[in-house]
Ligand binder design. Structure first.
Ligand SMILES: Cc1cc2nc3c(=O)[nH]c(=O)nc-3n(C[C@H](O)[C@H](O)[C@H](O)COP(=O)(O)O)c2cc1C
Length: 356
């Protein structure tokens, strides 16, 4: 038996596993190309990707453009298979970064943290496929309707991210404090229902991809059976040899305990899931003094923000994990070893086939 490939318009992904974009700097060309080489879809996170450029502090926007172009070129040199980027729609430099990625002929752009309503206009005339991340049937329907009406374009796929994911979450604090949390199974079904009228009216298939807390092949098989065309996984790809983060970041994943993986408030006011470390304990006690603002995200006010999210994420990706923010999915505590992307993907594939 073989898994069905994931078809994004005229682009075919042999193994229907997308490696979720992980910023800042956690998924760059090394991780993304390794995943794509194995037949999945590797994703470079574009947010603040220029953090290693010399002009990052002085000329943030240009440093990020340089960093993005470099990483796309590197990834393309490392794999012949499709490769994508992830860009938060809440980023201030969203438009410029997306246009630069399209110019570099990136195959796929994935966008969440708000609805990327203007995205089809930015990729017009290219072969770049576009995938919004949603957290409800209502959001799936809103974006599909809006893209069709304004741009005569339907999403090439939709990623449904549930509340167990790592990083920023598309749910209110109130929803996340409730028990039980909305399940990913319910959300995937809701989104499949929401897009049904569009698929029927326009006679197309819009693949739905499940994300958030997916850990092994048993989980993957469950969502494929439910009607998803693929999955997006983030945390499991962190503990790989090829992941672009510092070894201390990967070790923090391996050492993490279930009770330390918490929903925290990001400076944007949005909830996010992370490992509760010294850094989080410190900023929960006392607001950090922000001496430099990178103007990275819309809606972040350095005067009132408890800490600078760019600085906190850059610290951790560079290995200063005690003074950094460690975004992590709810199942991170189950990861106990660092493996190669090849072994991880082989393992996931084998388990998936076993449970299908
Ligand atoms: C360290 C880390 C950083 C992340 N950064 C981003 C990001 O920049 N943009 C985004 O859309 N999602 C981001 N995510 C979410 C992942 O892409 C992915 O969808 C999610 O982690 C899936 O859940 P899982 O980790 O349980 O597999 C991040 C997740 C992690 C763990």
């Amino acid at each position: 038996m073989k898994l069905n490939s994931l078809n994004l318009g005229n682009i075919s992904i042999k193994i229907p596993i997308i490696q979720g974009g992980m910023g800042i700097g956690v998924s760059k060309s090394s991780l993304a190309s390794a995943v794509s080489n194995k037949g999945g879809l590797g994703i470079i996170s574009a947010v603040q990707i220029g953090y290693e450029e010399d002009n990052f502090e002085k000329d943030n926007d240009n440093a990020n453009l340089t960093g993005l172009i470099k990483e796309i070129k590197k990834a393309k040199a490392l794999t012949k298979n499709p490769i994508g980027i992830n860009m938060l729609s809440a980023a201030n430099n969203y438009k410029e970064m997306v246009l630069a990625a399209v110019k570099e002929k990136v195959d796929v752009i994935i966008s969440g943290a708000g609805l990327p309503l203007s995205l089809p206009g930015l990729v017009k005339g290219s072969n770049t496929k576009i995938i919004p991340i949603v957290s409800s049937g209502k959001a799936a329907s809103t974006i599909t309707k809006s893209w069709k009406r304004k741009y005569d374009y339907l999403p090439d796929a939709l990623i449904v991210e549930g509340p167990l994911a790592g990083g920023h979450l598309g749910f209110s604090e109130e929803t996340l404090s409730k028990s039980p949390l909305p399940s990913l199974e319910e959300l995937v079904t809701e989104v499949l229902d929401a897009i049904k009228p569009f698929q029927e009216k326009y006679n197309v298939k819009i693949p739905v991809i499940a994300a958030g807390g997916i850990f092994d092949g048993k989980d993957i098989a469950k969502f494929l059976k439910l009607g998803a065309s693929g999955v997006q996984m983030g945390s499991r790809f962190v503990a790989t040899d090829e992941c672009d983060a510092h070894i201390n970041f990967k070790k923090a994943y391996i050492d993490s305990l279930k009770e330390k993986i918490k929903v925290i408030k990001s400076p944007l006011g949005m909830p996010g899931r992370a490992i509760k470390n010294n850094f989080i304990e410190k900023i929960e006690q006392e607001k950090e003094k922000i001496t430099k603002c990178y103007r990275c995200l819309k809606g972040c006010n350095p005067k009132t923000a408890p800490y600078c999210i760019s600085k906190a994420l850059i610290n951790s990706v560079k290995g200063d994990v005690d003074n950094g923010l460690l975004f992590a999915g709810s199942n991170t505590y189950r990861i106990d070893t660092i493996v190669s992307v090849s072994d991880l993907m082989d393992n996931l594939l084998e388990e998936t086939l076993e449970y299908l």
